[in-house]
Structures are given as C-alpha cells and as structure tokens.
Design a protein around this ligand. Structure first.
Ligand code: AMP
Ligand code: MG
Length: 422
C-alpha cells in the first residue's frame, strides 16, 4: 500500500502528544552540595542578611570620613594607628577622631569608622604608629555594609532554576544545606533485535554490536535521568514482553526501546505494546526516524525509537529529552534552535529532515552551516560524530539554495573557524 505523507504525524504534533502525557510532580529534599544540574521545586529564601557584618573591600585603614575632609597629597592628614584588623578577627577598639585602624580586605569594619582609605592613598610613619592620608574618602566608601547583596527573606533563587556551580556557591555562602528539587526521572532502556550482541563481546558473522544502548543511556544520563538497563530482547513476542515487564517492575517513569517498531516480519515490539497497552502513534513525518512509536505498556509510558543509530539519536533528542526535561521540572523542555545561513545547496524528500551539518560562527558574527562531506544515511554514526549540528529542512521543502536561512540544533560546540568552510 502506498503511504501518503498526510498519513504521518508531524514532528510538532508528535511532540505535543508525547509531552502532554508528562508533568513533573515528584520532589525530594537533598543536600545542596549534591544538587548540581537539578531543578529547584521551591524557591530558596535568604535565611539571613549578606554580608552579615560590615567589612572592608580593600586593604587600607578604617577611618572617620570627616577626618579626611581637607586631605590632599600636598597636605595629608596624619592619623594615629590604634590596631590591626586581619580578616576573620573581631576589632577590639573603637575608632575615634584622629585615629585609624589598619584593615585587610574582608575584615570587620570597627565601630566608629565609617569608611576605608585604600593603602595606596596612604603613607605609614614612625614604624607603623602613624599614617598620612592623601585624599578625602566619602562615608561608606570601600565598606561592604550588612545586607549589601541581599536581606533576610529575599528570594535568592526562583523555583524552576537549574542548579549550576554559582547557585551552589550562593547557597553555601548562607548555609542553606538542603533544598527541595524535582526527582530524577527513571527510564528503562531496551534494545531489540536477533542481530545484536553486547559491546565488548567478540564479533561474529551477521551480528552487529548494540551501540544504541550505550549511546542512548549516556544521552539520557547526561540529560539528568537514571537509566535502568533492560538488555537486548530477541525478536520474539515472549522475550520482548518479558523484558518490557522488567521495566514495569523497576517502577520507571518511561520505557524506551530501540528498533522493532517498523513493518518488518520480526518487528514484534509494536504488537506487544498494542496487546498489553496502547499505541497512540507509530509513524512520524521525519527523516531520519520515521518509525517512532508512542503509547503505554501496562500503563507505563512507552516510546519506541527506530533501530538505526542516527535515527535513534535524533529521535531521542527530539522526543525523549523533552520528556526528561519536563519530568526534571524545566519550564521549557524544548531544545534551542538557532538561525543559520546555508553554505551548500541541498535536496530533500519533503519529509521534515534533520541533516548532519557543520555550523560555525563567521567573522561577522553570523552562524553558517553546511552539510558534512560523508553521506546522510541513518546508520552512519561516524557522520553524526563528524557533525556539530542538525540542520532542519521543514516538511514539504524539497530543495534549499545556497544562502537560505535555516534552523539548526547544536549537538556540540559551534565552530569558530569561518575560513575552514571555504
Ligand atoms: P529495525 O528497526 O529492527 O528494522 O532496525 C533497523 C536497523 O537498525 C537495522 O539495521 C538494525 O540492525 C539496526 N539496529 C537495531 N538495533 C540496534 C542497536 N541497538 N544498535 C545498533 N544498531 C541497531
Ligand atoms: Mg530489528
């Protein structure tokens, strides 16, 4: 039977159908120091003012500003040095008119003083008992007052923020030791196919190594998921079913399989899902990756990715990573798409295509993209590795000229060698 493109779901429709089945609900309280990459479920409120005490932002002398009213280089003001205040030490004396306390960066400003004159504007006399001040300093200058950065009760980090190193630093600075975050999604991963052998085992004729499991597991873990490996299922109803049941028993949020969802004689996965759950759709208008299935197995959401490794990667990026991001608590789970100028004309077949390309930043600041030299076959993982971007050809478009504006998804750093592509 001839297949019409209108029979296929668009990428957009498929993504919406999948995403509306997921919502982030599970949260947990964890030590802040273990929270890198996690999404805050509750805002963090400042438990105290910061800084907690007025401190000096310079090495110099804590003084009374009005004492320096007339200080100039030619007519410096002489003050008596009453003590030395290193960082971490509580001042012992009150600074009175005519006096100064030697102070280090971060040290407590002593009572009486209202500013700090930097050491560069001073000259010590009499073996350090006196100091000449060469300039006027405004009240408050070079002093970081209590609550300069924030006050107790201020919102420090809003809910929905992904924790990065600087967030962890801020929490540490005010002793917020535990925070509430969304739970990591737990994803079961199954490879299917009689031809598959595990990576690291010896090769034999007709067999291929299961590269999808390793690629997909690391992709999911990189995105923040916990992966439960279900192994390799043979192309039999029984084996597929029993391995999928292992996923159900592992209490996962989502089961993913690769291969076996197409129309081949041994493509049993779809049959098992349909028998023990539901198939919502199993074909999408995308290249690579048309045989993409979504449904549930015994009530657990299920996504069936295509077997060809590049198709598996691209569909994981487009259909699975947004689910992980949703479950992790991201407000916007969709990937960023950049505009780029096409530097090689291209042909397509009218399906929405995600071609392997190389994107770079030109000297004028424009993003440019061209296709990899190698072929665009959906089994060509080395071509994917040689690319840094997926170049999107919209549905219905059969060719694009040199210079056309296209959208890209970066899968690696943007290159910065505009000369290389000419
Ligand atoms: P299928 O969807 O079962 O027809 O598989 C499509 C293609 O992907 C075939 O060439 C398979 O050998 C290949 N393939 C399936 N599963 C994997 C896997 N886990 N790793 C690498 N290649 C695979
Ligand atoms: Mg197969």
């Amino acid at each position: 039977m001839m297949e019409k493109m209108s029979d296929l779901l668009s990428v957009e429709q498929a993504r919406q159908t999948i995403l509306k089945s997921f919502i982030a609900v599970k949260t947990e309280i964890i030590p802040s120091i273990n929270s890198l990459g996690r999404i805050l479920a509750e805002p963090v409120i400042a438990p105290q003012d910061f800084p907690t005490f007025a401190n000096s932002s310079m090495d110099g002398f804590a003084v009374i500003s009005s004492d320096l009213q007339c200080a100039t280089l030619s007519q410096p003001v002489q003050l008596e040095i009453i003590e030395e205040i290193p960082a971490g030490v509580v001042p012992q004396k009150i600074v009175r008119p005519g006096q100064a306390a030697r102070i280090m960066t971060g040290a407590m400003v002593p009572q009486g003083a209202d500013c700090v004159i930097p050491v560069e504007l001073t000259l010590e006399l009499d073996g350090g008992s006196q100091v000449l001040c060469n300039e006027f300093v405004q009240p408050g200058q070079f002093v970081r007052p209590i609550g300069l950065d924030f006050h107790q009760g201020n919102q420090l980090i809003p809910a929905g923020t992904q924790m990065k190193p600087h967030h962890l630093g801020l929490l540490a600075s005010v002793n917020v030791t535990h925070i509430q975050v969304f739970c990591k999604p737990k994803i079961a991963l199954l490879a299917t196919g009689n031809e598959l052998i595990s990576a690291g085992t010896s090769q034999s004729p007709g067999k291929i190594i299961d590269s999808n499991s390793i690629m997909l597991a690391s992709f999911l873990e990189q995105a923040g998921a916990i992966v439960v490996h279900l192994g390799i299922a043979l192309d039999t109803l029984e084996d597929v079913q029993s391995k999928l049941e292992d996923g159900v028993n592992a209490d996962v949020d989502l089961i993913i399989s690769s291969a076996g969802v197409s129309v081949g004689k041994f493509d049993f996965v779809r049959t098992v899902i349909a028998q023990q759950g539901k198939i919502d759709f199993w074909r999408v208008n995308i290249r690579p990756g048309k045989p993409l299935a979504f449904g549930n197995f015994q009530g657990i959401p299920y996504i069936g990715l295509p077997g060809n490794p590049v198709s598996s990667f691209v569909t994981c990026l487009l259909f699975v990573l947004p689910v992980i991001k949703t479950l992790m608590g991201f407000g916007n789970p969709l990937e960023t798409r950049l505009s780029a100028r096409l530097l090689s004309p291209l042909e397509s077949d009218g399906r929405e295509s995600y071609l392997r390309g190389i994107a770079s930043l030109s000297s004028s600041g424009e993003i440019q993209v061209h296709l990899i030299d190698s072929h665009q076959g959906s089994g060509n993982l080395s071509g994917l590795v040689g690319s840094n971007a997926l170049l999107i050809v919209p549905s219905g478009v059969k060719s694009l000229p040199f210079g056309a504006q296209v959208k890209i998804i970066l899968i690696d750093e943007l290159r910065n060698e505009s000369s290389e592509i000419f």
